[in-house]
Design a protein around this ligand. Structure first.
Ligand SMILES: C[S@@+](CC[C@H](N)C(=O)[O-])C[C@H]1O[C@@H](n2cnc3c(N)ncnc32)[C@H](O)[C@@H]1O
Length: 249
């Protein structure tokens, strides 16, 4: 019977000096320990997180799905038949919730168009664009996917990779939220709604005030699924007023 496989770090080569070997082994153990602690912390948080368990039970791809559920239960913005754009959609939790609530997979139901830098597994009733929202042709591609019609709801959960530098992360998320708001002003039909992830950090109220010019009601909201220790908030704007219509009329 063969013996247990010798782990990589214990394999001997003829030229190995004892000191080099022990240094490499120590380095490997140090790295392994570092990773294990991080992984253990992440795992502990995941295991103790009721929204992670619920997402698994209900077949949602991310715990983030419950953030949109919390927002929609409070503001009632997703109704059967509506057209929704989901910006920064991967892995797809928000798109799943939006598709359910607008009945995108049903004949005569609504429509969901999702975009992300990363690819996503298909979701019934959702058109998925694997694309950078900052690409020049992204707005036109989204409009085409909407059937060259206006949208009722624009959602943005877009977030750049966290750098760990609070102010940098804040500014990067705010830039994405502002770009999403500009897009929403272009595509929303009167009465439409806009939701975007923001991070607390100093400039979030500027977007809130700017949106008040174009929407009847604008609020910051933190759904139960948004971790209390995170700077994350959502700006929720309802009752879009198309100023260009006012100017024309
Ligand atoms: C928090 S995750 C979204 C989670 C998603 N709402 C869900 O429920 O599964 C943020 C997403 O924003 C995407 N993102 C960031 N910048 C983007 C950009 N410029 N264009 C498209 N997607 C972007 C990221 O790729 C990432 O998948």
């Amino acid at each position: 019977m063969p013996g247990p496989r010798r782990p990589e770090g214990f394999r001997r080569s003829r030229n190995d000096s004892g000191r080099g070997r022990s240094r490499r082994l120590k380095e490997r153990l140090r790295k392994k320990r570092g990773r294990t602690t991080q992984q253990a912390r992440w795992l502990e948080r995941q295991l103790n997180d009721p929204f992670v368990q619920l997402a698994k039970e209900r077949g949602y791809r991310s715990r983030a799905a419950f953030k949109l559920i919390g927002i929609d239960d409070e503001f009632r913005i997703l109704r059967p038949g509506l057209k929704v754009v989901d910006l920064g959609a991967a892995p797809g939790g928000w798109s799943q919730v939006a598709a359910e609530r607008v009945r995108a997979a049903e004949e005569g139901g609504g429509r969901v168009v999702a975009i992300d830098l990363h690819g996503m597994e298909p979701i019934p009733g959702v058109v998925i664009l694997h694309k950078d929202f900052y690409d020049e042709d992204a707005p036109a591609a989204l409009m085409r996917a909407l059937g060259d019609d206006k949208a009722d709801v624009v959602l943005s959960d877009m977030a750049a990779h966290a750098t760990g530098h609070r102010q940098t992360d804040h500014l990067r998320v705010m830039a994405l939220a502002e770009a999403a708001a500009d897009f929403a002003r272009e595509v929303l039909r009167p009465g439409g709604a806009f939701v975007a992830k923001v991070l607390r950090g100093g400039t979030e109220n500027e977007l809130l005030h700017a949106l008040k010019r174009d929407f009847a009601k604008v609020r910051h909201f933190k759904p139960a699924a948004s971790r209390p220790d995170s700077a994350e908030l959502f700006v929720v704007a309802t009752g879009f007023r198309d100023m260009r219509d006012d100017a024309a009329g």
